[in-house]
Design a protein around this ligand. Sequence first.
Ligand SMILES: Nc1nc2c(ncn2[C@@H]2O[C@H](COP(=O)(O)OP(=O)(O)OP(=O)(O)O)[C@@H](O)[C@H]2O)c(=O)[nH]1
Ligand SMILES: [Mg+2]
Length: 395
Amino acid sequence: MASSKSKPSAGEISSGIDELAGAVAEKCNMADAAGGDTSVASSGATTQGAACLLVLGMAGSGKTTFVEKIQTYLTARQTPPYVLNLDPAVRHIPYQVNIDIRDSVNYKNVMKKFGLGPNGGIITSLNLFTTKFSGVLELLEKRKQQVEYMVFDTPGQIEVFTWSASGAIITEALADAFPTVVVYVMDVLTGSSPITFMSNMLYACSILYKSKLPFVIALNKVDLIDPTGVLRWITDFEAFDLAVEQEKSYAGNLSRSLGLILEEFYGAIKTVPVSARSGEGLPQLFKAVNESIEEYNRDYKPELEKMKEEQRKMKQQRAAARLERLKQEVLETSSASTLTTPLHQARKEAVSVGVFNDPDEGRGSQEQNGDDDNREEESFKRFLDSVKKGREKYS
Ligand SMILES: Nc1nc2c(ncn2[C@@H]2O[C@H](COP(=O)(O)OP(=O)(O)OP(=O)(O)O)[C@@H](O)[C@H]2O)c(=O)[nH]1
Ligand SMILES: [Mg+2]
């Protein structure tokens, strides 16, 4: 993983963008995704437009398997989803993909070009892909009346997406354009210890507060273990407190305190036990997802519009203040100057540093050209006269 070269600078990245990030292309059309049946694709048309499901979760929690299962589930219900893979390092994807980051960015080339390790390569590939994300949005915009859900599979290393600038840009761009819900896939097997359960919940909580988007936890792999105990920890603090009592370590005490703090967070999320392998729990999951979409339209969208309006007003105010300051400066400078006006002075300075050509200079040379022409005409006339006189003399 160690790399001899340092991480790429912003300049290096931008110079490599066109070389390494190809155009974003739709891999297959909806008919392909629906298994070749065009009637399936068209019957999934919606009047409201599609919602985005951002599938996040820790490495190995089952995100990719979950995306595959929901594609099968929704296709069987005549509403095939539009599926995007944002993991540049995945070797094999078991679902039919519509847009695949790997078609635009070659993760291995990125690692080689910038001398990066695997994680740096994934982050830089995602950054490169994000520079082309407006192209993705255009493709999604075209599809939004034909599908109900647009599902995003994300990189294995959760922080690559949740704490990177490109992850934030993608999330905000999607949430701005479509109803967007975070589906956090949590492995119930690793979450069955109170300490790992708590770290998983802290992660989920941090994503909720960062994205402020409606949030559903898919408590995955319930075919392997009964999730009742873990579910009770979410709804009943005393049950969690009892489980954590067995942990005499510092982590145990910390988890108990955090459990109290997170009670408020638990109230803001929906938790649904599912199995990405068997498909168990998917109807309940989509019930929670649909409620979250309503929540987005009811609470999130108006809040977003309000924020955008405030930002627009602030920008206007800032521009007006800047203009006022500039006017003030111009007035002060012009009253202080006796010989030249500030604008004239500024123009002279700009000419002296080569910002633009002095138009006066151009005008002068034009006048000079005109004088030369007149002189030439007069001298030609004089020549003709002398020729005429010579002829008369010798005739
Ligand atoms: N038994 C069982 N295994 C599952 C389930 N979901 C996923 N798995 C298995 O868990 C492993 C990881 O699944 P992936 O779908 O690759 O998980 P991921 O989160 O996409 O992994 P990364 O992208 O590498 O982070 C695979 O072996 C899956 O077969 C499930 O519901 N039940
Ligand atoms: Mg995966």
